[in-house]
Ligand binder design. Structure first.
Ligand SMILES: Cc1ncc(COP(=O)(O)O)c(C=O)c1O
Length: 390
């Protein structure tokens, strides 16, 4: 049973409530993302103790997931990934309590599994027959896998220069791949233009409200794995920002239902690449929205997102948390993939390497203190990116 009740607009424009038994994408009034809402008062009856003995996947938090009576989650075992105490890497950086949240162990090798498990579950419940999305690679792989598991068709639009393993893996799960000249934003336009007349269910980042619900389980898990406390810092590679927005939402929900006390929240750090850092630039300028980044380029495909529709939510979370935003070079992030691999035995995508580069910077500049608890989000594995190492 879930306490899911309705959707409303994240911008505060006042639109809604919207009925989750119907398909909803962006807010019809202001065009910004909708978010899922729960009966938080009633959810105070839900006790942490009920988690004992549940399956170690993200649906263990089903009371706070977007499920309506009769819905069955489409699951491949995503979530409840290891939280590793990275003692050797921490030692090298002078940090006693550095942890790696290793999202590479999810189905299809990245944290995108969480978002797609939730989104495809809702899409199926809403009668969709074809899932469509633009992707840098990992989200497309996850969408293809969950669509296959749900018995739905999947259309993935990738930039033409996407790495071959991403293209191959979409096809492995029976998805159709369209290669698009340009970046993920161009792929997004083509997905919408092609899919709208055909009734495809578009699961673009933050344009549908449920991927963020899957990603928010990273916040529930961190709290559970840290014994219902939270770390001082969360360092998170950010493209569209679903995970960061989701975790911030999870912390608010856990406070509202009495699982965490207020004042415990971590400082949130957005990490981007020097060649595509719209959120970092907006943070430094004190802006509420992030202008499009021209000529975006980086080896971290997932960070090559020149414009994020949830930019204001990312910036709000960083600021409310007292966190920061850091841009790192491609050379450093690739070196740091190797550091994570060789010191901890963990397979890190360049995005994970970028998170380490940001931590290194924040330790060197004295912002992160040696005794503080720091979580590095390794959002995906190295396997599909070996070309950057070669
Ligand atoms: C490995 C990896 N890390 C981080 C990101 C950025 O994720 P988001 O767009 O949710 O911020 C992506 C997106 O493709 C990714 O594949």
């Amino acid at each position: 049973m879930s306490y899911f009740t309705h959707l409303d607009c994240s911008s505060g424009c006042g639109a809604g409530p919207f009925d989750p038994r119907e398909r909803h994408f962006l807010c019809p009034s202001c065009g910004l993302p909708l978010l899922a809402r729960y009966d938080l008062k009633a959810a105070r009856a839900w006790k942490k103790e009920t988690l004992a003995g549940r399956e170690p996947n993200m649906w263990r938090y089903r009371e706070m997931m977007p499920l309506l009576p009769g819905d069955v989650p489409i699951t491949l075992g995503e979530g409840f990934t290891p939280l590793l105490h990275a003692k050797r890497l921490g030692g090298a950086l002078g940090l006693e309590r550095l942890f790696i949240k290793d999202e590479s162990l999810n189905p299809t090798n990245s944290f995108k599994a969480r978002g797609q498990s939730a989104a495809v579950t809702r899409a199926k419940a809403l009668g969709a027959t074809t899932i469509a999305l633009p992707s840098a690679g990992n989200a497309g792989n996850a969408a293809a896998a969950y669509s296959a598991a749900a018995g739905l068709k999947c259309e993935v639009f990738l930039p033409r220069d996407a790495k071959q393993p991403f293209i191959d893996e979409c096809r492995l799960y029976g998805a159709r791949v369209t290669l698009v000249d340009g970046l993920i934003t161009d792929a997004g336009k083509l997905t919408a233009e092609t899919g709208k007349p055909l009734g495809w269910y578009d699961v673009s980042t933050m344009k549908e409200p449920y991927r963020v619900e899957g990603k928010k389980t990273m916040g529930y898990e961190l709290a559970e794995q840290f014994g219902w406390t939270l770390p001082d810092w969360i360092v998170y590679p950010t493209g569209g920002g679903t995970g960061l927005i989701g975790m911030w939402k999870a912390f608010a929900e856990m406070e509202a239902i009495g699982w965490l006390s207020s004042g415990q929240r971590p400082k949130m750090v957005t990490v981007q690449a020097e060649g595509c850092a719209p959120i970092v630039r907006a943070f430094e300028q004190g802006a509420e929205r992030a202008a499009t980044w021209e000529n975006a380029h980086t080896a971290a495909d997932g960070l090559r997102v020149p414009r994020a529709i949830g930019d204001f939510l990312i910036l709000k979370a960083i600021r409310e948390s007292g966190g920061t935003a850091v841009a790192v070079s491609d050379a450093t992030m690739v070196q740091d993939m190797l550091a994570i691999g060789s010191l901890e035995g963990v397979s890190a995508a360049p995005e994970g390497g970028a998170a380490l580069s940001a931590i290194r910077h924040l330790v060197t500049t004295g912002r992160i203190k040696p005794h503080e608890t720091v979580v590095l989000f390794n959002t995906g594995g190295a396997m599909k990116y070996f070309d950057v190492l070669r």
